[in-house]
Design a protein around this ligand. Structure first.
Ligand SMILES: Nc1nc2c(c(=O)[nH]1)N[C@H]1C(S)=C(S)[C@@H](COP(=O)(O)OP(=O)(O)OC[C@H]3O[C@@H](n4cnc5c(=O)[nH]c(N)nc54)[C@H](O)[C@@H]3O)O[C@H]1N2
Ligand SMILES: Nc1nc2c(c(=O)[nH]1)N[C@H]1C(S)=C(S)[C@@H](COP(=O)(O)OP(=O)(O)OC[C@H]3O[C@@H](n4cnc5c(=O)[nH]c(N)nc54)[C@H](O)[C@@H]3O)O[C@H]1N2
Ligand SMILES: [Mo]
Length: 768
């Protein structure tokens, strides 16, 4: 790009250009040979054969590297010798293990404006950030800076604030337990709880719903429970793409006789059938069919659907008491059953069917299955958590499980399937803007300083605070805050209002380009990188979606000797900022990770003897009361909850939009431009739309449109999207995240959990 063509400001949104779509029929099964093949090719292309083979052979093996992709657990028993990873895990490795690096020359040659004109796929492909970089006030290009100077600049900015609450410390869920623990310790000693994290946009609704009802904000099942359960509900989740290794567990469950019920507006290939690439038959392409009953619910129609199912179950139970509900469990282990039943009776079955978009016969089929089964697991993910009524909907699932006594026993329970590989661990380590009093007391007891008591900002509040200039310094431990959060243009302004923005990252993304008056990039080691201290290879630890804490060690030589581990970045930042005032021995933590784990053991329940237990190769389970059929609520019992449906009423010209992931992305990181299972190749600016809706709106397949949202009286527009006919319920549409985030209103959030409502955005469609 010539200088005179460079736009004056960096672009917050990716270029509004099409990349050349190719369409095919959506697939009806996931994985199989092509998947593994494609994945391995990408690794070798990015990392080279030797690095690639080294990284892949260690992935998810006991004592090896924890996959930086999703949080699905590794099998406790045998692990596949073919490799315990999936296509998308391999893509995550290719992304991180790449041998390409961004040198100071790269940043000299490319201004932030130039880079912002690339699409997110192109930006990410540039390579690993190889040294700390600094963007001065008014600067157009990043320039190299020493680690020492970088820490001093941050310390100076933090110490100049009028209050520690004018700083914001974001965390994305890849950060290890060790780094997360030190990070929150530093932030609290500095004096704030402003710790928004990606959870706020992810499973926060699950945490809130579960704590209120069963007394623990995590799922209750173990992997083995899948192998002895009778029914698995999979609601608002696309495991074929986002948790591919879950398909092996579903396959085994199915072989053992489980019935699978999927609830999703889209017929996702991975839920329909699976050809396991880790088995010879799977490699040959023969598939196990997975879902027995597939309910293509309307977007946000889940609560109505669940209530319809519950009404049918109640009806059966009343005809033959004790035949459907687990009355002993209800009596001994729960409270508020009567008010729940009373409220349920008020519902009208026919109305519920209309709201859910599911036919009577289908709902009856499900009720029939659930009526006689006693061991039920319910899985869910973003299809439930990112709505206004997310907490209430998830609690309706809990109601169902409680009625059936399907929790706290083998083969049954809750399974919110987590996103980032250590998002659950980061919360356990105290990354939480609303820490419990007990947690704060533990910090005070272990370290002798008084942590701040006032709650801090969550993600949405952090955006508002920066926008309104109540916060001036933004530091991100990983992630891509600009592109992952709602209302892209608004968030861009918020970040640009800051005096200093700091990104601790492995790869370049748009959050490095839309920055405060000054900006820093601190390049860190990733999961696959080896880290030596005093000649000894260190390891970190992480917690998976089922509460197993285990170690992870890198296997590759870092691409640059100027990378620093996240834990060491925090120690140095703390030393520079807090200086002699600090009561924490940061120097000790720099010497060995065992010292960090020792402090964790002294502070956080469940981590006693951490250093010994973490050396058990398969890791150890954290205590989980719901799993033990104990409920850590005020009453000491699990709680039924009562909630009413508040349907989203659409005008005839409006649509309800969900923003979803393609098969070729990890959140804002694009591995490619395809969504193979959905039959969409080489294009992301698409709107999936019901064919009858397309005709009724006077549109055509392939037509170019703009999408509008008017929440709160403000116009938001996503320009230049292509209409694609797709099997999706009427008045529902789907677009990809993050391209459509510009439409997600920052102030439209879930009740109680404050999660942005990224799966129910009211949209108007107009021709371009
Ligand atoms: N390869 C890969 N793996 C990932 C990620 C990734 O981006 N790529 N992201 C990671 C992270 S952080 C997370 S949180 C998880 C996300 O994993 P998912 O939650 O599976 O991700 P989404 O694509 O957001 O998909 C949500 C699914 O919910 C459905 N859905 C949307 N709205 C509704 C609704 O109202 N009701 C119902 N019943 N269904 C609905 C969509 O059709 C889609 O199938 O995956 C993690 N793993
Ligand atoms: N519209 C819409 N918005 C959404 C969602 C949605 O479904 N729809 N989903 C939400 C969800 S569930 C989530 S979890 C968030 C995700 O939000 P984030 O966690 O903020 O985003 P990611 O895209 O996962 O972050 C990717 C970046 O992390 C950095 N990175 C990768 N590995 C490491 C590492 O090991 N260490 C460090 N320090 N940095 C690393 C790289 O620079 C990379 O570019 O997005 C949310 N936003
Ligand atoms: Mo997530």
């Amino acid at each position: 790009m010539k200088n005179n063509e460079t736009p004056p400001v960096p672009q917050a949104e990716p270029p509004k250009k099409f990349t050349g779509i190719r369409l095919s029929k959506p697939e009806e099964k996931a994985a199989g040979l092509p998947a593994v093949f494609i994945a391995m090719q990408q690794v070798y292309k990015e990392a080279g054969i030797k690095r690639g083979l080294t990284a892949l052979s260690r992935l998810n093996q006991k004592g090896g590297t924890d996959c930086p992709s999703c949080a699905w657990p590794d099998p406790d028993d045998e692990r596949s010798r073919l490799g315990e990873f999936c296509e998308n895990g391999a893509k995550a490795i290719a992304e991180e293990a790449t041998a390409k690096r961004l040198t100071p020359d790269f940043f000299r040659e490319n201004s932030i404006c130039d880079l912002s004109l690339l699409n997110d796929f192109e930006i990410g492909r540039k390579g690993r950030i190889a040294q700390p970089m600094y963007l001065p006030k008014g600067g157009t290009h990043y320039q190299e800076i020493s680690w020492q100077n970088a820490f001093e600049k941050i310390a100076e900015s933090l110490n100049q604030l009028n209050s520690p609450d004018e700083a914001i410390f974001y965390t994305s869920g890849r950060t290890s337990n060790e780094a997360a623990f030190l990070y929150q310790l530093f932030i609290r000693e500095f004096g704030t709880n402003n710790m928004p994290d990606c959870s706020n946009m992810c499973h926060e609704s699950s945490g809130v719903a579960l704590i209120e009802t069963v007394g623990i904000g995590k799922g209750s099942v173990k992997l083995e429970d899948f192998y002895e359960t009778e029914v698995i509900l999979i609601i608002g989740q696309n495991p074929g793409t986002n948790h591919p290794r879950m398909l092996s567990a579903l396959q085994k469950a199915k072989k053992n006789g489980a019935t699978i019920i999927s609830i999703n507006p889209l017929k996702e290939a991975g839920l329909v059938a699976f050809a396991n690439p880790q088995q010879v038959v799977g490699l040959l392409g023969s598939a196990t069919s997975l879902t027995d009953v597939y309910l293509q619910v309307k977007i946000n129609g889940d609560m109505a659907l669940l209530k319809a199912i519950l009404l049918l179950l109640l009806d059966k139970e009343e005809k033959n008491p004790g035949s459907v509900f687990d009355l002993d469990f209800i009596r001994e282990k729960t409270v508020e059953y009567e008010s729940f039943i009373q409220n349920l009776r008020k519902e009208n079955y026919e109305d519920l069917l209309i709201l859910s978009g599911i036919r009577d016969e289908e709902v009856r089929k499900v009720a029939e299955i659930l009526a006689t089964r006693k061991k039920i697991i319910s899985c869910w993910a973003m299809g439930l958590t990112q709505h206004k009524n997310a907490v209430a909907t998830i609690q309706e699932i809990i109601n169902l499980l409680l009625l059936k006594g399907s929790i706290g026993k083998p083969g049954a329970g809750t399974c919110p399937v987590r996103g980032h590989s250590n998002v659950q661990g980061d919360r356990t380590m105290g990354i939480n803007e609303r820490p419990s009093q007990a947690f704060l007391d533990n910090i005070e007891r272990a370290f002798g300083f008084s942590p701040p008591q006032a709650h801090g900002y969550n993600t949405v509040e952090a955006i508002e605070a920066m926008y309104h200039q109540k916060a001036h310094v933004f530091i991100a431990m990983g992630g891509n805050f600009l592109s992952a959060t709602p209302d892209t243009q608004y968030t861009a302004k918020a970040l640009q209002n800051c005096r200093l923005t700091v990104q601790i990252s492995t790869k370049l993304n748009r959050s490095h380009l839309i920055v405060g008056q000054e900006a820093l990039i601190l390049p860190c080691l990733g999961r696959t990188d080896k880290e030596f201290i005093g000649g000894e290879l260190q390891f970190v630890s992480v917690e998976n979606s089922m509460g197993v804490v285990h170690s992870s060690r890198g296997s590759l030589t870092p691409v640059s000797d100027k990378l620093m581990s996240e834990a060491h970045i925090v120690c140095n930042l703390a030393k520079a900022t807090l200086g002699k005032q600090s009561v924490v021995n940061w120097d000790q933590y720099l010497q060995h990770y065992d010292f960090i784990r020792e402090s964790i053991a002294q502070t956080i329940p469940g981590f006693k003897d951490y250093n010994e237990k973490i050396r058990i190769r398969e890791g150890f389970y954290l205590p989980n009361c719901a799993r033990e059929n104990e409920y850590n609520t005020i009453s000491g019992k699990a709680r039924f909850t009562v909630s009413d449906i508040e349907p989203i009423r659409l005008q005839p010209h409006e649509f309800l939009m969900m923003t979803i992931r393609s098969h070729d992305q990890f959140n804002t990181t694009l591995y490619g431009l395809d969504d193979r299972y959905r039959g969409i190749k080489n294009e992301r600016r698409v709107v999936l739309m019901n064919p009858e809706d397309i005709a009724a709106a006077g549109l055509k397949s392939g037509e170019v449109v703009n999408l509008y949202n008017y929440y709160g009286g403000k116009e938001r527009v996503a320009q230049h999207f292509m209409i694609i006919p797709y099997d999706i319920p009427a008045q529902c549409i789907a677009t990809y995240f993050p391209e459509a985030n510009v439409l997600v209103p920052v102030d439209s959030i879930a009740d109680k959990s404050h999660t942005p409502t990224s799966k129910s955005v009211v949209v108007e469609i107009k021709k371009d």
